[in-house]
Design a protein around this ligand. Sequence first.
Ligand SMILES: [Mn+2]
Length: 326
Amino acid sequence: MSVSDCSPPPAREMPDPGTQAPPGGPFQWNTFLNTPPDEARFETASFVVLPVPFDGTTSYKSGARHGPSAIIAASSHLEDYDVELNIDISEAGIHTAPELVPDLSSPEAVVRQVERLVDWVATSDKTPALLGGDHMVTIGAVWAMLQQFPKISVLYLDAHGDLRDEYMGTRWGHASTARRLVERCRVVPVGVRSLCQEEQSFIAQNELPVHYWPPSVPFDQYVKSVINALAQDVYVSVDLDVLDPSIMSAVGAPEPGGMQWEHVTGLLRRVGEQRRIVAFDLVELSPNEGPEACAYTAAKLAYKLMGYASSSSQSQPRAKISGGPQ
Ligand SMILES: [Mn+2]
């Protein structure tokens, strides 16, 4: 053995394990788009993905607690470039927060947890992108956004009304989500095709701008009517059961006769162009109830929503992406 063999190796600059990739790789990061943490820092991100794996109030088929992780895993297979918008949506910066551990003492406790979490993102001037979980996660999220945007409207895509005052002993469940929101702000339900009698009476008494599916007017007119019902600042809530079960069977309460991919994306694109999308959520994916394609479809819709929110950028500079649709 020579003397040089025993000398210590030259000092190397080691990566910071908190924010940078270790040597070697590639790695699976469990972040949206599988973005390494040093490229998806909170400080520089326009969008913050908030996984909320809670399904404690589901009444039909549970499993939405597995939705956020399935969407994030599927998102690693998305192309960064979006053909429709002709932009790389990821350039806006997408940070993925760790999964919330739900407080199981009561559904209301989860509402408060989500409210604090979304408030943290909104007060940092970033766009929250919430992944549920059952639909009740929307309640706390909208409450938090109302602090920043008092005149917000909620665009509520859902096969169901979610307008029961109480269901199965709680006022904070997925069946009461829209009802809790109506108490504080304007809600525009879209894609509705299943209601109980109590909900139908509530809609009539309160003259809610419910847009049923299938539409009774041409789709273009349907979209105009939805947009006209919305204020300038919009929170978009997508219950994936708004889609037809032929393309989205992996939900807790599938309902036949739903919207197709082109309807949902066509509507959301126009909303992004004509209103300001300040936050959104995607809820009720129950991955074990359907094929793998459902998680991918959900991930793609989440990514497209970031793109549509970015096209609101004339009035919302925080989600600005260079380039833009042609
Ligand atoms: Mn719902």
